[in-house]
Ligand binder design. Sequence first.
Ligand code: NAD
Length: 521
Amino acid sequence: MSPPLRGEATSRLRRIAGNPGISQESPLSFVRLPESPIRCKNLVGGAFVDVVTKDTISVTSPWTGAVIGEVPMSRAADVDTAVALAKRASVGWAATPLRERCQVLYRFRDLVLRDLEMLAHRAASEAGKTVAEARAGILKGVEVTEFATALQNIPGGGVMEVSRGVSCEIRRKPLGVVAGIVPFNFPAMVPLWMIPNALALGNSFVLKPSEKVPLTAQLLGALLAEAGLPEGVFSLVNGGVEAVDTILDHPDIQAVGFVGSTAIARKVYERGSKAGKRVLALGGAKNHLIVTPDADVDMTARAVLDSFTGCAGQRCMAASVLLAVGDIEPVLAKVQEQAKNLALGSGMGAIIDRGALARLEAAIGRAESEGAKLVVDGRGKKPSDSSYSGGNWLGATLLDGVRPDSEAGCQELFGPILAVVRVKNVTEALQIENANRYGNACSVFTTNGAVAEAVAAGAKAAMIGVNVGVPVPREPFSFGGMGESKFGHGDITGPSSIDFWTHNKKITRKWAPQDDQNWMS
Ligand code: NAD
């Protein structure tokens, strides 16, 4: 195994991965954008390289609209080269003892924490998050990395005497080259749902970042190299549809983890499976909060607001529909007041791009014309700091009296918009939640244990909150939805991800020639 990179090699990789982008003189008070545009490269065989065609697209910051980078669009040939070198590297990495592989990830975890602020500002600049949100996402990635480093302490497989003089052993083996294809909304966290476990288990990993947010992944690649990961074991292929399709069809890629919208998740699952790969594809979501009249007013209002406005509603666990059971006016009044006063920039970040902003604004207009009451309208709001006037801004938006079968009531909008649907009782709330095609998260706000248990048992969603607005399970409890929020088996983190990134080899042994005849003799 290569020793951790030191000195010149490390600083060269870090230089290519982009300057820290932290300017103390920046007039921007919420997030420090890169001082100059960062030219992303692919990471192939341990080197940051250009793509064959030199095609690039610009990366703009949702905060200001400024160009902060450019990303290469890989062609099939670029993916082929990366996979060939990843395959070559996978032989030595698979043969490296688990404990040594975990040591690399220990160092990686420490380096991520060392560079936490740089990573957080980088992710915030490109994804439009607040720095606090970006930091929290990276720390979730650290949590998954810690799970991966602990794999060395969990016996994998086992041996058992299955007949007189005959034993069976089961061994966990890496798959070889595996890939991850990720969305824009968590530039570090979603890649880190996959990378640490897949690497610790002995695979080579090829990451295709979102072309909207490719800058943070450059730093992750440099940090993995600095941690001592052998060249070629982690690769970056930037790009769009051609890069994804090449990954899905590639005969030397054994498994693909995908996170993104449902339409693309379905395509990735079907195309990758047809090519004989293992695929786990996480899709979109429409998450429900069920609020009952006995809920604690202050705690509930705060949790509701945080859930639908955190990451400007651009997270797959964000609340999207509030199912108001009976009279919950005190909670709604507080949510309304806090939503109206939520400052853009300091309290909430920006929408990823102009197209998404226009789509959300149009959806608000359609909801109103379909009869919903626009209680708080976030359209046209801007941060008070004029440095951000070129950004993509939408304030928190609250719609009341939304029909459950309308667009705002049942489709993913992916913005800071909460649709309040009025229901008579918890049974009706559960019927609406169950009828939705997605199945990521559902939370109930109540002080009644029986109601909470009824929702925990009866909701369709795979991640349930009781008085928790964003019920992301902490590791080792795994992350994953159901319905059209997930295609494939198991979860993307936690124990089932161990199965996803490995296969089981079974060895049956008999050493002693014995007298007894049995079915194995
Ligand atoms: P997206 O589906 O547009 O893109 C995801 C990835 O797919 C990107 O890397 C992109 O380059 C690639 N891609 C896009 N179109 C493609 C095509 N036609 N063929 C092949 N590849 C293609 O998603 P996004 O807009 O980046 O992210 C937001 C979506 O991700 C939301 O729907 C959100 O709910 C979902 N998401 C889900 C989870 C989850 O855990 N379920 C987590 C985060 C985000």
